[in-house]
Design a protein around this ligand. Structure first.
Ligand code: ADP
Ligand code: MG
Ligand code: MG
Length: 248
């Protein structure tokens, strides 16, 4: 599904990704772990096409289609979704309006008709109910004055509504208390599907107690330096990243 080969990228003339290769097959959840500054967020930004991240070599494709030549909105229309480490607050825009706009933009890019208001409300109510979100919260300005846990819930709600093919969660666990962590993990686990895949980026093993990865990769100094099963995350928790920092 997601295929990355020898991907190199720089920011402000500094090479950050130094040849990343990674395959995430449909139906699987892969974790990327690594020390601070390893390039984890850079990888997610390069994949989603954020401005300022220049690809200098290699390839990345989703379902066999080149991603790197597409605009960010086109990548989103193909089903790529990146959760934010720090969710946006948008004063004056109700969460429901924001999500409806995002869904309709995605539909437009796919050449599909816009949803009617009743269709949208029906979907939104069903998703809110399944994620135990108070529907009134969705009428408030997006994320403004929301607690950390509420922001995360909102993000999972957006994810469920957009129903992405490939999801990237970048340190979505940072700053979450245990209840919020459980909400996020349940939401993410509910989205596991045979035709969907996920990349879970995290510095800590804790999240992986809740979201069980099929594979774990260690990113250090811009390269994948080790890959293994879930036991690799436990080893990192015990022994830290030193061994891999030296290997890089
Ligand atoms: P991680 O997410 O693994 O902590 P990042 O991808 O955020 O790592 O950062 C990787 C490296 O790239 C770091 O050395 C960081 O200082 C550098 N970097 C990231 N973003 C920028 C930027 N916008 N400008 C300059 N350097 C950056
Ligand atoms: Mg970091
Ligand atoms: Mg990061």
């Amino acid at each position: 599904m997601l295929s990355i080969s020898n991907l190199r990228a720089e920011v402000d003339g500094n090479e950050i990704l130094k040849g990343v290769s990674l395959e995430v097959p449909a139906g699987e959840v892969h974790a990327i772990m690594g020390p601070n500054g390893a390039g984890k967020s850079t990888l997610s930004y390069v994949l989603t096409g954020r401005e300022g991240y220049e690809v200098t070599g290699g390839t990345a494709s989703l379902d066999g289609q080149d991603l790197l030549s597409l605009e960010p909105a086109e990548r989103a229309a193909k089903g790529l979704f990146l959760s934010f480490q720090y969710p946006l607050e948008i004063p004056g825009v109700p969460a429901l309006t924001f999500i409806r706009t995002a869904m309709n933009a995605q539909r437009k890019a796919r050449g599909e008709p816009e949803m009617t208001a009743p269709e949208f409300l029906k979907l939104a109510k069903a998703a809110a109910a399944s994620l135990k979100i108070d529907f009134d919260m969705l009428k408030r300005a997006l994320n403004v004055g929301f607690s950390g846990g509420e922001k995360k819930r909102m993000e999972i709600f957006q994810m469920a509504m957009l129903s992405p093919r490939f999801l990237i969660l970048d340190e979505t666990d940072s700053g979450l208390d245990i209840d919020a962590l459980r909400i996020v993990s349940e939401g993410v686990n509910a989205m596991r599907a045979p035709d969907r895949a996920m990349l879970v980026i995290t510095h800590y093993q804790r999240l992986l107690d809740y979201i069980k990865p099929d594979r774990v990769h260690v990113l250090s100094a811009g390269r994948i330096v080790a890959s293994g099963g879930p036991e690799l995350a436990l080893e990192l928790e015990r022994e830290g990243y030193d061994k891999y920092a030296r290997a890089a």
